[in-house]
Design a protein around this ligand. Structure first.
Ligand code: ZN
Length: 292
């Protein structure tokens, strides 16, 4: 299936078939106005859950079915939200991320403002869209949609582990973290810059750089460290997590979606894991901002 992403001017850009890399639209969507989610009941948007069991519980969830994997990813998303909300809370001027997520089970689909067509359960990709928003029945609005096709995630789980799939989800959440920093602190995007302004391609689109993906890998490593400390994951799963992430490395994907090569992605995740420091990730990869 062919993936598409929408440029800031609204024209779809074709992407390579079958790529397993995430499609991030963070930079390109800086100018797309957010609106309410109008998708019908399918891959239902969900607010971040509050994990109501200790993290080792996750190891007990049977993930051999899409429903089981969805339960696992729901728990993992709650742990991501918990980690990052705690991190943002430590900085006075910041408020926590407000992303929602959508797990797309076989037979379901999910709608994103970033894509012209609904995402299917077997779509070979994972998505973060900064322009997505969703208001729940209580009137709470969430901005930033993470879409996980659970059908195809089952294949990734079979090749690696359920935690590895969660790590890919944490990469998508990493884009949300970048977006929140960018919006709340008015930071420049991680894009090609020249003379203090974003460089545009021939179609007038801003051009992301691989560091925009590598920082999400690094943030994913930050979360993996947290998950490990909480005993959500076994040590052996960490190698599988790295393999899952780098399986998305695809340097032929085109200039608009550079992810870095396998070595770079491994280094980014490992740095995030070993340091457990989002600031270190920012210092290394947020190349358009002079971090202290
Ligand atoms: Zn990404």
């Amino acid at each position: 299936m062919e993936e598409r992403k929408v440029s800031e001017r609204g024209s779809p850009m074709r992407r390579r078939k079958g790529a397993t890399s995430c499609a991030t639209l963070i930079a390109a969507l800086a100018f797309v106005s957010a609106g309410s989610f109008t998708g019908t009941a399918r891959g239902e948007p969900q607010p971040p859950p509050t994990p109501n069991a200790p993290a080792p519980y996750a190891q007990e969830i049977p993930t051999g079915t899409p429903e089981g994997l969805a339960e696992y990813l729901t728990f993992a998303f709650g742990k991501m939200d918990e980690y990052w909300k705690n991190h943002f809370k430590q900085q006075e001027e910041l408020t926590g991320p407000s992303a929602y997520y959508s797990l797309i089970l076989p037979g379901q689909e999910s709608v994103s403002r970033c894509l012209p067509e609904p995402i299917q359960a077997n779509t070979q990709n994972y998505f973060y869209c900064a322009a997505d928003s969703w208001t729940n029945a209580k009137g709470t609005t969430y901005t930033g949609g993470i879409h996980m096709p659970v059908g195809s995630a089952m294949d990734l789980r079979a090749e690696t582990s359920a935690f590895a799939v969660a790590t890919v989800m944490a990469h998508e959440y990493g884009h949300e973290v970048t977006q929140e920093y960018m919006t709340q602190l008015n930071l420049p995007g991680i894009v090609q810059m020249k003379d203090g302004a974003p460089v545009l391609d021939e179609n007038g689109n801003i051009i992301p750089v691989k560091e925009a993906e590598l920082i999400a890998d690094c943030f994913s490593g930050n979360w993996a460290k947290y998950a490990f400390k909480q005993k959500m994951v076994r040590n052996a799963d960490l190698g599988q997590a790295v393999r899952a992430l780098v399986s998305a490395a695809d340097t032929t994907i085109g200039a608009h979606q550079p992810h870095g090569n396998k070595s770079e992605r491994t280094t980014a995740f490992t740095m995030g894991y070993n340091t457990g420091s989002p600031l270190k990730c920012a210092q290394q990869y947020w190349v358009t901002h002079p971090w202290p």
